[in-house]
Design a protein around this ligand. Sequence first.
Ligand SMILES: Cc1cc2nc3c(=O)[nH]c(=O)nc-3n(C[C@H](O)[C@H](O)[C@H](O)COP(=O)(O)OP(=O)(O)OC[C@H]3O[C@@H](n4cnc5c(N)ncnc54)[C@H](O)[C@@H]3O)c2cc1C
Length: 471
Amino acid sequence: MRTVLHWFRRDFRVRDNTALAAATRLGDAVVAVFCIDTRWFTAATGKTGAYQAAFWLTSLKELSAALADLNIPLKILTTADPVQAILGLAKCLDVRTITLNREYEPAQIAQDQRLAREAENRGVDIKSFKDGVIFEAFEILTGSENPYTIFSPYKRAWLAKLGQSPVQNAGLPAKSPVTSISSDPIPDLESLGYPAVTLPIPTGQRGAAALLDTFIQKKIKFYHKDRDIPAVPGVSQLSAHLAAGTISIRQCVAAAVNQGAMTGNGGAETWLSELIWREFYRMVLYHYPHTCHSAFQKKYEHLAWENKPELIAAWCQARTGYPIVDAAIRQIQQTGWMHNRLRMITAMFLTKDLDTHWRIGEQLFMQWLMDYDQASNVGGWQWSAGTGTDAAPYFRVMNPILQAQRFDPDGTFVKRFIPELANVPRDFIHTPWEMPPLLQSQCGCIIGQDYPARIVDHATARIQAIAKFRA
Ligand SMILES: Cc1cc2nc3c(=O)[nH]c(=O)nc-3n(C[C@H](O)[C@H](O)[C@H](O)COP(=O)(O)OP(=O)(O)OC[C@H]3O[C@@H](n4cnc5c(N)ncnc54)[C@H](O)[C@@H]3O)c2cc1C
């Protein structure tokens, strides 16, 4: 019997999984494997946060159950060298073919290249598939065959190509014959050193399907209007699912297209545009791998950042005195997710107002986010810092007060996460330091005692940030 090994990486689903479906066609039987890579998937490494770890482990349990229905056992390897561990397992099982869906981060690409070399030496065939994107980085190029660095023309080219080649769903894989190989238990959070956390959204491919369904039924129509209001549940919250692959990008794009994304339905059109941003950042990281640690725009690489520990600590501990920033930091720390508008506000505040290198924020988000995705996170941070592709120009510094007044006018979101400000009147909710002392006593919020005084003056910080970039 010809057994094929499928290596799960960030494609935790059985439905519409290109490489898994191919594995069932290529072999008589399929065995699946996931590696707990101890170089990044334990609390001690500080690289995968508790929320993402919890989301992944819970989703893996559900994946293992779904695979069992197809008679596909899921093996778990805990290792610091996945290439050796996978090839070792292949040898044990007498496997000649390994299937996997391609990854696009620099470290993953290097690992897959090594796998391909070492597998070839051992006579094992690696079959890799496009799955996590609609179009790979080299499929959308400018007329002169260069990568795009500006989003709008990339998006136009992407949409034109989608019009020519509609998405194909890989469907459900075929059932394998019953095997004597058993699945391994999925480790729990504690065994990897993580504290217990409560996940804010349903996990696994079922959770993803339920979220997509609710989004399509109730929210997508209003998405273009609601997506910037953090107090309104107007977004899909599918990012952790897209990052873990519990839903395929094809399912999301097909849903957007069915809802009129290509024919003028504002909500669906805007949502599709966000999905294209995800692909844009993947393309950028693929073609410019240095951007995971250095500025995309080389002229900004040598900017001096103050990186003051006390200011960074205040930002991390939600003690900046700017309610919208502090509420956003509490949201990410208490739920593992932060609204997109707030990611932009907090990232700009850290880089511009607090003069902190974007990489520090990028690494902190990596540890906090349940949906951490290197390409989107680096892209978002470089955009906010003004150093990235198509980034906000350096002189456009978001004003956290005006942003808050515009997108959370009554302070509904702020009060949800900062109960200390519950009785602060609307006129002062985003500038509590301006409350007269008597009013502070009346609403039970003494600034500097019940809620911190602001750590910087935005107007001054803005002028300094612009001067630094200009110089
Ligand atoms: C500083 C910063 C850091 C970020 N870090 C991440 C990250 O680590 N992982 C991540 O998935 N997204 C990241 N984003 C992008 C965006 O904030 C999240 O994808 C979005 O908030 C997720 O919520 P949602 O699923 O409800 O999105 P929706 O509004 O429902 O959008 C649907 C999907 O489109 C994609 N998407 C939406 N906006 C963007 C965007 N601006 N860039 C890239 N993809 C997008 C996501 O996959 C998202 O799930 C970051 C943005 C910023 C400004």
